[in-house]
Write a protein that binds this ligand. Structure first.
Ligand SMILES: [Zn+2]
Ligand SMILES: [Zn+2]
Length: 671
């Protein structure tokens, strides 16, 4: 094993802590910046020094691999729970979790902000490189965020950083991060950072950071936690901290992967590098069930199951010594060798750099691949309820309190009849049901839940042990902590809030957008020639709302709107986006019984759309740019004749578009 030399060039945490706290308040600058100009911009590259590259016996010694290197990953903190510096952790490191990832093009992503972030921040500044970057936070437990107040680049005016983390139900990511910097705990607040920082609340789905495609998926931990799958330069890196297997049987190796553990595996599938929580050994795990972490043995089995090339165990237990980690890795490697496995395994080492070459990695099989992780689901989150059917009074009360603490309504039912009524009056986002009840004499409740929302209502079953069962989406195994219950409730409600189906992007999208922009109608004032058409439409079809909608890259924008507030919505939630995608009229008689729209934020929140009818608006070059649409807050039908009349009105709108074009052309000729 080669020597890791980083300790010589990273000043002590204590010294810089004091410096940052003192100097930043007065000068808005962090320590040691002097007058060094800092360049900003995506083109600017950030290098972690190459010096501390630690070559695994099994990874980086092959020169042919090094020639194809694409993405560099460096470990700045590897310890879980609490920093543990000292003689027993000197090789694997005592700082809590932090990782730097740099693509060949220079895009920098930092994952998690434990105390390791401090050293990384100083290294970035000492390199004098441009300081714009992106930070992904898995969850907001201390060991993943405690470095934030000490990240020197945040103190440099002009720097630009983006921070991403799991969306909460009641609190934004920014507010949560600011919590640890309240006056009682820290001398400065995030408002005093010199850098401009943008915060992004994430759901399960995908998004892009420059040249990196990021996919997110919830992990199993007593705080809402996202795993990250990063694909760039043909290489795939997956990060899963903190995570405990969903099933205890799977965790202990008594069963093959199934259910949510298989979903976790699908998310990881084929990664070139997997960095995974492995705080415990299999022998320690039984006394740590429910603490939200994995065993080293489980993680290696997972890596084999998902055909990962190299798995790095991390989130080392604070009490784990360097010698103990050596022994664990050696034993795991022996086991893999005996199985003729090609999976490489190592334990994350502070200062270590791993270069991940491009490969023909399998694509993720995440079920949310098509959903933007940054979709706004705010309207869908209002007025949500959870249906509870649990016999044990103490348990039911605890669950009710957990639901209310998440800002949701708890509806308790005693039998199938009351459940049916509650589902009708207050459609739940989630049902929690007791295992014993469902099976003793009231299977009717489970049957009812299975058929609710076309079988798509998530059902969490409370039981002492989970197993495969039809109609059950997830398990809450007893005894559980309040944090576990709240996290599970939050994850399922958030999932439900983005379950509606987004319209596919039309094949001619670039040309369509060009034609739309050439019309020069977006963001213009309302015009009587269009408003009179929507007025006639509301009267003719006896609906409260009608709009002339244009769909651009990110939004639907209303040239004319009768009966609606606001002039635009996100394209993700847009009904009209379906029309322009199919280029055909679309009628939704009752949104609540249509799987594509039942959970749409415009259905669950304002304007609470129950009925939609849209007719495509096309230009003379064939581009479908928007719709003339009718909306109602009650279900509605549209007869054949009605549709013909809607088409007639749509044709008038299209004629107006043509007239506009001609008018513009005449005006430009006169000029
Ligand atoms: Zn942790
Ligand atoms: Zn944690």
């Amino acid at each position: 094993m080669s020597v890791v030399g980083w300790k010589t060039d990273v000043p002590s945490l204590h010294a810089a802590t004091t410096d940052i706290a003192r100097s930043s308040v007065g000068s808005q600058r962090g320590p040691g910046f002097g007058g060094t100009p800092i360049k900003i911009g995506h083109e600017a590259t950030l290098a972690f020094d190459r010096v501390p590259t630690y070559r695994h016996d099994v990874t980086c010694s092959d020169t042919s691999i090094r020639q194809e290197v694409a993405v560099q990953v460096q470990f700045w903190g590897t310890r879980g729970s609490i920093p543990r510096p000292g003689p027993t952790t000197i090789r694997y490191g005592g700082n809590t979790l932090c990782h730097g990832i740099r693509t060949a093009r220079g895009t920098l992503v930092i994952i998690d902000c434990g105390t390791g972030l401090h050293g990384l921040g100083l290294k970035l500044l000492s390199g004098g490189r441009g300081l714009a970057g992106h930070i992904l936070i898995s969850h907001t437990h201390w060991d993943h965020i405690q470095g934030v107040p000490f990240f020197a680049p945040f103190f440099v005016p002009g720097n630009k950083w983006d921070i991403y983390g799991p969306k909460g139900l009641n609190q934004s990511l920014r507010d949560t991060l600011a919590g640890q910097m309240q006056h009682t705990y820290f001398p400065i607040t995030p408002d005093e950072f010199g850098a401009s920082i943008r915060y992004h609340d994430l759901l399960e789905g995908t998004f892009e950071i420059d040249d990196i495609k990021v996919t997110t998926q919830y992990l199993n931990h007593p705080a809402l936690t996202l795993g990250y799958r990063l694909e760039a330069d043909g290489a795939t890196i997956v990060y899963c901290c903190d995570h405990e297997p969903f099933s205890r049987d799977v965790a202990e190796g008594h069963r093959e992967f199934f259910g949510l553990d298989q979903q976790h595996a699908d998310f990881i599938e084929g990664a070139d590098l997997l960095i995974h929580d492995a705080q415990y050994t299999a022998a320690e795990y039984p006394s740590k069930v429910g603490w939200g972490h994995s065993s080293t043995e489980f993680v290696v089995k997972l890596a084999q199951h998902t055909k990962v090339k190299h798995v790095v165990l991390t989130h080392h237990d604070p009490l784990r010594t360097d010698e103990a980690l050596d022994g664990i890795v050696e034993k795991l490697r022996d086991g893999l060798k005996a199985n003729h496995s090609t999976v490489l395994v190592s334990a994350a080492t502070e200062g270590e750099a791993i270069e991940v070459k491009s490969s023909s990695a399998l694509a993720s099989r995440s079920s949310r691949e098509d959903f933007s992780a940054m979709t706004s689901v705010k309207p869908a989150l209002s007025h949500r309820s959870v249906l509870i059917k649990v016999a044990d009074v103490e348990l039911a009360t605890a669950l009710g309190e957990a639901v209310i603490a998440e800002g949701l309504r708890a509806n308790f039912c005693s039998n199938a009849d009351t459940a049916r009524k509650l589902i009708e009056q207050d459609p739940p986002a989630l049902a929690i049901i007791d295992h014993a009840i469902a099976h003793d004499n009231e299977t009717a409740v489970l049957e009812l839940l299975r058929s609710t929302k076309g079988g798509k209502l998530p059902v969490v079953m409370v039981a002492a042990r989970e197993h495969e069962e039809k109609g059950v989406t997830d398990w809450l195994t007893t005894p559980f902590t309040d944090s576990y219950a709240r996290t599970k409730i939050r994850a399922w409600v958030l999932r439900e809030s983005c379950r509606w189906i987004r319209a596919p992007i039309p094949e001619d999208e670039p040309a369509r957008l060009t034609s739309l922009r050439a019309l020069d109608l977006l963001d213009t004032e309302p015009e009587e020639r269009f408003d009179r058409i929507t007025r006639v439409a509301t009267a003719l079809f006896n609906v409260p709302m009608a709009t002339i909608t244009l769909v651009d890259e990110r939004r639907q924008w209303f040239k004319s709107c009768q009966g609606t507030a606001g002039r635009e919505d996100s394209r993700d939630a847009s009904f009209c986006a379906h029309v322009i995608s199919n280029r055909e009229p679309m009628i939704v008689v009752d949104t609540l019984s249509d799987e594509r729209f039942a959970d749409n934020p415009l259905v669950l929140g304002g304007p609470r759309i129950r009925f939609y009818a849209g007719y495509p608006l096309t230009l003379d070059d064939g581009s479908c740019i928007g719709t003339l649409c009718l909306l109602d807050t009650r279900p509605h039908t549209l007869k054949e004749l009605d549709l013909e009349q809607l088409r007639d009105l749509a044709l008038i709108v299209m004629e107006q578009f043509q007239t506009l074009k001609v008018e513009r052309a005449q005006r430009s000729r006169q000029v």
